[in-house]
Design a protein around this ligand. Sequence first.
Ligand code: ADP
Ligand code: MG
Length: 317
Amino acid sequence: MIIGKRIDEVLSLQEDQQKIPFESLLPKGRLEEDTVLLRKENIQLVSSSQKKLYVSLTSSAIKEGLEVGLGAIITIHDTTKERELEEMRLDFVSMAAHELRTPLTSIKGYLSVFIKENASKFNAEQNTFLTRINNATNQLSSLTENLLNVSRIEKGTLTANLTPLDWAITAQQIVDQFQERAKENNLTLTFEKPQNIPQISADKVRITEVLSNLLANAVSYTPPKGQIVVQITNQGDQVVTNVKDTGRGIPKEAIPHLFTKFFRVFGALEEGSKGTGLGLYISKAIIDLHHGKIWVQSEPGEGSTFSFSIPALNNRD
Ligand SMILES: Nc1ncnc2c1ncn2[C@@H]1O[C@H](COP(=O)(O)OP(=O)(O)O)[C@@H](O)[C@H]1O
Ligand SMILES: [Mg+2]
């Protein structure tokens, strides 16, 4: 027997363990144009028999002419099965990436020793082959790490261990590591020596990943003879890092999608499918963990400037 009871006598709606108050489902005072009062995804519904389900919910006010306080129509959609499938998918991706990582680590390790010991004994062609094997191995390994990171982001287990960091020094080291790749692509890469940059509170490994992703993109998407400049500036209470390139730029329509998963401006098959469209998505998630912001300014044909800001570490902290 349900008729005649209030909805919250029969079931309880919860979001992050907090009860959603019954009143928030109902119209209050004057209605605006929109009659949707509340829309929630992935909340928990606990029935009076303690059965738990995941649901999405929409509450819409009933409106008749000028009458607005008539009540609401609440639609609840059970998403428990979808959620279970989603969890299985995430577990699978994470397991597969972990399993790939172990043999890859050993291939990488032995390969680098092998190359070091034999480079001088091999002829040019053999060395070219080895370089290709090495590049492909690195590509596979960064793809695996990206997949692991994506599954961490989606499971909510990507974390950042924030400690004081001299970002100007770390950034310089990262830029140095990219010099060779820039040269191979016939690009000049400069680091503008910053002045008086305060420390930031950051996870060194993760923030390195962000700058590396931006530099890897700048190198990949800038035609030969181009220039890449890295700047770090202190703006108010933020430390801002810019990666400027003279590359092909990004069309306006693509900009809102850039930081979403698997997005690539020219799709998956672009340039022999070198990328995966995960780098910027992961970078944004990392910057979010640092309470910062990431954005881009770009003009097609003229170049792009990717920037991120991280709050400066206050000396009084
Ligand atoms: N510096 C850049 N210049 C031009 N396009 C870029 C630049 N950086 C990123 N992009 C575009 O954004 C897309 C997403 O970048 P990213 O998430 O790093 O994925 P990936 O590099 O694997 O494709 C790229 O495929 C590219 O089309
Ligand atoms: Mg990339």
